[in-house]
Design a protein. Sequence first.
Length: 258
Amino acid sequence: MRNRFSYLSVISIALLWFTACKTPVVFTQGSSITISETNHYDSSSYRVLSPYVQLLKDSMNTIIGHTETALMNTRRTGNLGRVIADYTLTEANAYCQQSGQAPCHMAVLNNGGLRNSIGQGPITLGQVFEVSPFENKLVIVQLSGSQTAALLEYIAAQGGTPVAGLELEFQETAPYLVRALVQGQAFDSRRSYRIATNDYMALGGDKFTMFLQHESAEETPLMIRDVLLRGLQIETQQHSQVLDRPNLRVYPHDETEN
């Protein structure tokens, strides 16, 4: 019986998602109902929803990619963050090219935007939704050199976050930033940088408040979840799998080095 309630919950959420743009929001009051083996489900509602439940299950089980290495959402060090950051930078630059804009220098995302890992083997559409359940859009932000320096210092202080186009070395005490390379070149605080991120962070989420001090910001029509989906599909088509990205891009300073 728990499975029936689970299916009904999933399809209800999906129906709300599909109709969200068309249905006005109505506020109401309710109470929580504990689901257990002793509860009786509404058979008439179940009969109406069950065909959609099966349709949704079939769709979520669609295989869209393959990985020989588990893609882990380990905070700061997980390879899944490097994968989605790469896809974000690639799609942001494709968008910039199509719209006649200068390319982005880097992509910076947040660990909180990723909600699951992807195990070794086939990758399903359902797993993509589990990893990226939010309706976040890709945003292109241009920061001054000083604000980019603040961004890099904050990333260093946090010990890392998913990035692409950026290599950053940090230490355990302030100032935390030891060294930063952007597209293989030393960071230059005298110039501006274009950064691909998500709309939550662009609004200062997770204390990325330096994004609020932007020189320019553009919200693209690209959804981060769709960016991940297309990236997994394309990379699997090109290489028969999602390539591993084992090397850290944000890493601690080795004090033994000269």
